[in-house]
Design a protein around this ligand. Structure first.
Ligand code: NAP
Ligand code: ZN
Length: 352
């Protein structure tokens, strides 16, 4: 076992502060990773606030992890010391159920989340990437292609895969009319990836000040959701709407924007929604789907796609010491467009 430094919360809504955490001694199929960068996901904030009544404290968040291999277990074959690697939202699963065999490990009943999960062998609480190092089962470690700049790669591990997965599932490509609701971490990756796949992209935002950024990120059009006339002018327009709004909201104004056989995919609000009008679903054969991050194979595919097509998240680099103010800014929709912790900063942290 090794002791490392993490940043975590000790109670719901508590400020994150440095704490010592243990990383297990390497099992045969384990990889030890020195964390270089970790993205800050809105889910991290939800967990620290215990919004889903499931948080076990202390909670050390972080599931957008990139870094370098520092040691490998005796049976590890795919990685060696020095390799650039990544870890996303999960660190283990059973490996033999139908979802695991289908490369959808995120739906395995025994899936272990990167943080706030239970180790499958010991039952110990898992701690995430707001820390200097982590130990992860080889199977759950992904390769960062050499041409992908490590500084910008981390948001692909959650924000990226969460929007990539439904776009692949619903065949988004050239000619697709895509709308992305909410221009934050997930939303900005939705814009970049949909544009890279050849779609015509519209950003639907509550923030008029984000219009220029939306176009710079690759959107062809911007729609202000608070402008009823603009919304009305877009009725029946889209084939696919990606909804990243992080709280309870009303889907009906967005459903009206779907054309024939259009789909709205919900990835943001992990909670009960306001009632949906059945008539809006029947008209145009509309449907609503959900999507939960993505499996290992799809995540590796995304990393490779982004390396090949030079699609990079837009990151605001912060020191770990700035994490509490980053959380506050995220609550005010002031993220441009993903905070990424430069983990060099944790070297200055002392715990008395
Ligand atoms: P984020 O960076 O904070 O972005 C969310 C954006 O949604 C905001 O920038 C804002 O964009 C818009 N928004 C916020 N509050 C709103 C409201 N009340 N009404 C309308 N729009 C609102 O968050 P994120 O990291 O992208 O995460 C978004 C959500 O996805 C979170 O709830 C997170 O837990 C969830 N998530 C789900 C999965 C999954 O597997 N399904 C994976 C990761 C995250 P505008 O300023 O443009 O309006
Ligand atoms: Zn996330």
């Amino acid at each position: 076992m090794t002791t490392c430094i993490g940043f975590g919360a000790h109670e719901a809504h508590g400020k994150l502060s440095p704490l010592r955490i243990e990383r297990r001694a390497l099992r045969d199929d384990d990889v030890a990773i020195s964390i270089a960068y970790c993205g800050v996901c809105h889910s991290d904030l939800h967990f620290v606030h215990n919004d889903w009544n499931s948080t076990v404290f202390p909670c050390v968040p972080g599931h957008e992890i990139v870094g370098h291999v520092t040691a490998v277990g005796a049976g590890v074959t795919r990685y060696k010391v020095g390799d650039s690697v990544a870890v996303g939202c999960m660190v283990d699963s059973c490996q033999h159920c139908a979802p695991c065999e289908d490369h959808q490990e995120q739906f395995c009943a025994g899936m272990t989340p990167t943080y706030n999960g239970k180790d499958r062998q010991t039952g110990d609480l898992t701690y995430g990437g707001y820390s200097d190092s982590i130990v992860v089962r080889e199977k759950f470690v992904l390769r960062v292609p050499a041409s992908l700049d490590l500084r910008f790669a981390s948001p692909l591990l959650c924000a990226g895969i969460t929007v990539w997965n439904p776009m692949r599932r619903f065949g988004i490509g050239k000619g697709s009319k895509v709308a992305v609701v909410g221009l934050g971490g997930l939303g900005h990756m939705g814009v970049k990836l949909a544009a890279a796949l050849g779609a015509e992209v519209t950003v639907i935002t509550t923030s008029p000040g984000k219009a220029d950024d939306a176009r710079d990120l690759g959107a062809h059009h911007v729609l202000l959701s608070t402008d009823p006339q603009a919304m009305q002018s877009a009725f029946n327009r889209f084939d696919f709407i990606l909804d990243t709004i992080p709280t309870r909201h009303n889907l009906n104004p967005y459903l009206m924007l779907l054309g024939r056989n259009g789909q709205l995919v919900l990835v943001g609000a992990i909670e009960p929604l306001e009632p949906i009008h059945g008539g809006l679903l029947m008209r145009n054969n509309r449907s609503i789907a959900g999507s939960l991050f993505g499996g290992l194979q799809a995540t590796q595919e995304l990393l490779d796609f982004c390396a090949e097509h030079n699609v990079l998240p837009s990151c605001e680099m912060i020191a770990i010491q700035d994490i509490n103010s980053a959380f506050e800014r995220m609550q005010k929709n002031d993220v441009k467009y993903r905070f990424v912790i430069d983990m060099q900063s944790i070297k200055d942290v002392r715990i008395d």
